[in-house]
Design a protein around this ligand. Structure first.
Ligand SMILES: NC(=O)c1ccc[n+]([C@@H]2O[C@H](COP(=O)([O-])OP(=O)(O)OC[C@H]3O[C@@H](n4cnc5c(N)ncnc54)[C@H](OP(=O)(O)O)[C@@H]3O)[C@@H](O)[C@H]2O)c1
Length: 319
């Protein structure tokens, strides 16, 4: 298939939902048995307990014999995270945790607008020259900021961004009109996160409080973002309409969402879907859905007409 898969790890670690190295080893075996090898990690995973996910991957020596390939994201989400020194400190501990000399992609996870982007870019260029990563990634930056990095790279001969992680799913399609034209212009791959809107299509009902510990629990870091993005009347209505059309074909919302992203969305060759899960059974189901091929035409058309009704209240593409 043209659109790659990359295994997410934001639920991984002793304080996450995949709590043991042994449980993670099973997840990785399942993922590998479906012919996949790319992993996505971050300094911050799991939220609130930075480093636990990277340490699990390190303990499992995942890159041995080229079995898996790791992308990771630098310490971000705080003022001063992207000074030259903070970036060097972050990568040093991350490579130690992962027990590797370099990663495939190294991301600035979210803009640190308190530091000049030129300073952050210079540090990334230095690390690139030292061979600490192969691809420079940006995540959650806006279009103007992406262009700024790409143009500076051209002008200074510095490493250019070549991957971008952003929110993209059947109810969050703004990237089609704002981000993607710019990413295509600068040859930057698009990796779509939250393909299931963090569980919004299956785990949440209008008017019901989110389960404690779920991705929508407002007591968690992810819960506040997710509620802000998805808890809107129009979006609840969209999911109800989708459920109706899916039931006619015996296809669940989650299956619709994943098959649409892989077969009908604007993702193409070189792009990827970041696969989420909080238990192995979810991952098994999601991998099967992702391999399910194109959807019936009636469902694809329903997704497009539902989008027309929610595009003004859909989440923004960027932070
Ligand atoms: N760059 C960034 O800023 C950024 C942001 C977000 C994510 N990411 C990356 O993208 C990856 C995927 O994003 P995501 O975790 O938000 O993906 P997602 O698939 O939209 O959401 C995952 C959540 O959906 C629920 N879920 C998944 N499969 C399910 C199934 N078959 N049945 C029922 N519920 C299911 C689970 O919720 P419960 O936990 O409630 O069970 C799970 O934790 C992350 O792991 C991370 O690596 C990056």
């Amino acid at each position: 298939m043209t659109v790659d898969l990359i295994l997410g790890t934001n639920n991984v670690g002793g304080h996450g939902k995949i709590k043991t190295v042994e449980a993670m080893a099973e997840i990785l075996e399942l993922y590998h048995s479906h012919g996949n090898k790319y992993l996505d990690c971050a300094y911050i995973y799991p939220a609130g307990f930075p480093g636990e996910a990277e340490s699990f991957l390190g303990e499992l020596n995942v890159t041995d014999n080229g079995k898996f390939v790791v992308d990771t994201k630098l310490d971000s989400f705080r003022d001063g995270a992207h000074t030259e020194q903070s970036i060097y400190n972050s990568i040093k501990v991350q490579l130690e945790r992962l027990k590797v000399d370099k990663v495939r992609t190294l991301y600035l996870h979210a803009p640190d607008r308190t530091v000049s982007f030129e300073e952050s870019h210079r540090a990334m260029n230095e690390l690139y020259k030292q061979g600490k990563f192969e691809r420079f990634g940006l995540s959650n930056y806006n279009v103007k900021e992406i262009e700024e990095f790409a143009e500076r790279a051209r002008k200074n001969g510095w490493v250019a961004p070549s991957s971008y992680e952003g929110l993209y799913n059947i109810v969050s399609r703004r990237p089609e009109t704002d981000l993607l034209p710019v990413l295509r212009k600068y040859n930057i791959s698009f990796y779509a996160y939250s393909p299931l809107a963090s569980g919004f299509f299956s785990n949440i009902k209008r008017g019901q409080a989110p389960a404690p510990g779920s991705q929508f629990d407002p007591a968690t870091f992810n819960g506040t973002f997710n509620q802000d993005w998805f808890f809107k009347d129009d979006l609840f209505t969209a999911v109800e309409k989708l459920t109706e059309v899916g039931e006619k074909h015996g296809i669940s919302n989650n299956e619709i969402a994943l098959r649409w992203l892989r077969n009908h969305s604007q993702l193409g060759k070189g792009d990827a879907i970041l696969v989420g899960y909080s238990k192995i059974d979810q991952l098994k189901q999601n991998l099967e859905y992702l391999e399910g091929g194109p959807l019936p035409e009636e469902i694809v058309q329903a997704i497009d007409s539902i989008w027309e009704t929610i595009k003004d209240s859909a989440p923004e593409s960027v932070m």
